[in-house]
Design a protein around this ligand. Structure first.
Ligand SMILES: CCCCCCCC/C=C\CCCCCCCCCCCC(=O)SCCNC(=O)CCNC(=O)[C@H](O)C(C)(C)COP(=O)(O)OP(=O)(O)OC[C@H]1O[C@@H](n2cnc3c(N)ncnc32)[C@H](O)[C@@H]1OP(=O)(O)O
Ligand SMILES: Cc1cc2nc3c(=O)[nH]c(=O)nc-3n(C[C@H](O)[C@H](O)[C@H](O)COP(=O)(O)OP(=O)(O)OC[C@H]3O[C@@H](n4cnc5c(N)ncnc54)[C@H](O)[C@@H]3O)c2cc1C
Length: 646
């Protein structure tokens, strides 16, 4: 064990184990997660470091691993979805799996959209993996749902739908598992009795069940990408492919071609809401991994000098702490927000299953906004962690390049982030309702008293100083009032309308304000949820260290967005000047606990797969060992010498 890291752990002021329990949701859950993590010792999962393999080899290794996972899940009798998820995230490490789409999109779509008869037919096939599925929605030319071109036209004479990609732009593009799957949920515009009824979901068989040969359908892999090398993102061109009427999910077409309206057309989009909710938790997980690597490495790396003494640990540099500790605070904040998002998703989708759709718009708005907010922040955070590790952060042995490459598409897939932020229509609508005197409930209720508070541009000196910057509840209140930026967005729309612009143009001309408002709303939610969580934590040592992190998260966010807080007169200039001073004090308070705080995330070394982030801190000897395994070192003299240089 590296002596620096040993010393760091001795300095901790709290019980790391107890904090792990809080993150997991209780000691029982930690125990079970650790039991599941024992799978890492299973020799059937021994594998080559993917960084040393070609794309095809990586795909093959991933398929083998996916198949092994299925067998092992059966062998160990793991069937609870949360446990399956835990098991898989341990085995997957920092990479995706080729059967990922089957689990996260194909199966959930079947679960939520099959009627009884369809469930009877498809669920046994899909849960036994005879049917391997993907989710084919995006097209070469469009992602916007109303713009999708693939059609499904009902033919009452044969009781079939005819699926067609009429143009190049209508070819399905991106769905994972182009080579792996034999079925797809295809999203297509439904036509019956000559009328279009919008987007609906259909189950389409793509390949022969025994030979895996494609049916008369063009299907394949779209080629190498920035990351996602284990995943065969695919293309799919349907040329008048016929499927039985029963393959339409939720069965909205009667045998005579009559269309039966669903309770809400948006139920077809439910799987996206599910994944967006999951991505909030994934952001927390990846931010936590990145911080673990960068902070442990910063504790064992010595460089340069502060005083004329031996080289200090780089974690002692104030600038290093300023790079990493706000991200550490963010990892904790997002972990609690991830827990909230999961609970909210299951609560509201439970109500939806019971026929109560009243909270669907809020679930959509919150999951879209938090997905965008947390993935954007994490995406930037991983790169900060990588650069804070200097040159060694650039080596794939650090895992940080892979974490970035695998994570960055979360800002794009499942709804491009700007587009998701623009789903703030709900916020503006809520604002208008509140203004008209309606009492809002839930997370939007803060808009109820906006008219009284009138938060808008004010000379800061003209307002009383409302805020004690050391008081978290005051900071939450400030974020809440800043979230009233929605008022500016609503006003911008109003001004545009007064200029006789159409509603659509008024919206587009206010889009920057809308995204800002949405961002401010999400930021408020994160600060509030982090602060609320503190009241649940009884252990005084843990409460203290998490309060310090929550203060750092809140103040750092204000420092980064000082213009908003000053403009709205929420903080005075002298208060603003105190914030950097307080941030520096908080960095000093966090410093002795930094390693313990990342230890509490409890990532096994094999899951982190990072030489820099090793628990024992023995970085240098293992970096050397890793480099020696590079395929270029397989022979002392590379064949290119004989071919070209000699
Ligand atoms: C420590 C913590 C541990 C936690 C561990 C967590 C572990 C997690 C493990 C695994 C994680 C999963 C890993 C994932 C790997 C996944 C691999 C990749 C998957 C990628 C798959 C995809 O990308 S699939 C394709 C996705 N495509 C999109 O998202 C398209 C985006 N576009 C849209 O959604 C829509 O076009 C739009 C919303 C932008 C517009 O909708 P529409 O076209 O209908 O137009 P309107 O603007 O008119 O909207 C009408 C109306 O409907 C409302 N609305 C829209 N969408 C919804 C919805 N989904 N639900 C409810 N309501 C909706 C909209 O707000 C409008 O409302 P109005 O009231 O009429 O204004
Ligand atoms: C790794 C990966 C896996 C994927 N897996 C799947 C899958 O399994 N199944 C599937 O169906 N799809 C999948 N996708 C596709 C993914 O869902 C889309 O790429 C995503 O929804 C974004 O759409 P787009 O690529 O068309 O981007 P575009 O919408 O073309 O975005 C390009 C730019 O235009 C801007 N823009 C677009 N519309 C607006 C607007 N209304 N207002 C303001 N700005 C706008 C965006 O902000 C962005 O800056 C995957 C994508 C990736 C990268």
């Amino acid at each position: 064990m590296n002596p620096d890291i040993v010393k760091e752990r001795q300095n901790a002021s709290f019980d790391v184990q107890k904090l792990t329990y809080i993150l997991d949701g209780g000691p029982e859950k930690t125990k079970r997660r650790r039991e599941i993590s024992l799978v890492l010792n299973d020799p059937d999962f021994d594998e080559e470091d993917p960084n040393f393999l070609s794309r095809s080899e990586r795909y093959e290794q991933a398929v083998r691993k996916s198949a092994q996972m299925i067998l092992k899940l059966r062998e160990y009798g793991i069937s609870d979805p949360a446990e399956i998820n835990c098991y898989k995230s341990v085995v997957r490490g920092n990479f995706h799996e080729s059967l990922g789409l089957h689990y996260v999109m194909f199966l959930p779509t079947l679960y939520s959209q099959c009627d009884q008869e369809q469930s009877k037919k498809w669920l046994p096939l899909a849960t036994s993996f005879e049917v391997l599925g993907t989710y084919a929605q995006t097209e070469l030319g469009h992602t916007h749902l109303r713009g999708l071109e693939t059609t499904a036209t009902f033919d009452p004479t044969t009781q079939e739908f005819v699926l067609n990609s009429p143009t190049v732009t209508s070819i399905k593009w991106w769905p994972g598992a182009g080579k792996t799957s034999n079925h797809a949920v295809v999203l297509a515009q439904l036509y019956t009795r000559g009328k279009c009824h919008g987007l609906h979901a259909f189950i389409v068989q793509l390949r022969h069940m025994d030979t895996h040969e494609p049916l008369p359908i063009l299907v394949g892999d779209i080629g190498p990408k920035f990351g996602f090398s284990e995943v065969d993102n695919g293309f799919l061109k349907l040329d008048h492919v016929r499927i039985p009427r029963e393959n339409m999910l939720m069965k909205h077409v009667e045998p005579d071609g009559r269309y039966v309206k669903p309770a809400s057309a948006k139920l077809t989009y439910g799987t996206m809401v599910f994944i967006r909710s999951l991505l909030v938790g994934l952001s927390a997980l990846v931010m936590a991994k990145s911080c673990t690597i960068a902070i442990r490495y910063s504790a064992v790396r010595h460089q340069s000098e502060i005083r004329s003494e031996p080289e200090p640990q780089i974690l002692d540099y104030q600038t290093q702490q300023y790079k990493l500790f706000p991200l550490l605070a963010t990892a904790y904040a997002f972990s609690f927000v991830g827990q909230y998002m999961t609970e909210t998703y299951y609560r509201i989708s439970g109500d939806i299953n019971q026929g109560d759709l009243s909270e669907l718009p809020e679930l959509h708005a919150v999951s879209a906004g938090l997905k965008a907010f947390t993935t954007w922040t994490t995406n930037t955070g991983i790169e900060v962690c990588r650069m804070s590790c200097g040159g060694h952060g650039y080596s794939r042995s650090s895992a940080l390049p892979d974490l970035y490459a695998e994570f960055t598409p979360t800002c794009t897939y499942e709804g491009e982030n700007t587009v998701m932020m623009l789903q703030t229509a709900y916020l503006v609508k809520s604002y208008r309702q509140a203004k008209a005197g309606e009492q809002l409930r839930g997370i939007m209720s803060y808009l109820n008293d906006m008219e009284q508070r009138h938060v808008r541009a004010h000379p800061a000196s003209a307002r009383p100083a409302l805020v004690d910057i050391n008081d978290l509840s005051d900071l939450v209140e400030s974020y809440k009032l800043r979230a009233a930026l929605v008022e500016s967005a609503a006003k911008s729309i109003q001004q545009e309308l007064q200029k006789r612009r159409s509603h659509e143009d008024a919206w587009n001309n206010s889009a920057i304000d809308l995204v800002k408002a949405s961002d401010a709303h999400c930021h408020y939610m994160v600060v509030k949820l982090f602060t609320d969580k503190l009241s649940e934590i009884g252990d005084p040592d843990i409460n203290l260290v998490l309060t310090t992190l929550a203060q750092l998260y809140a103040l750092h966010g204000i420092a980064l967005n000082s213009g908003d807080f000053l403009q709205a007169g929420l903080l005075t200039v002298p208060q603003m000047q105190q914030i950097p001073v307080r941030i520096k004090e908080l960095l000093c308070l966090i410093r002795p606990n930094a390693v313990a705080l990342v230890d509490a995330f409890d990532f096994p070394d094999k899951v982190l797969s990072s030489v820099l982030g090793r628990y024992d801190g023995n970085v240098y000897e293992n970096l050397f060992e890793w480099a020696r395994r590079s395929p270029l070192n397989a022979t002392e003299v590379h064949e290119s010498f004989h071919k070209y240089l000699k």
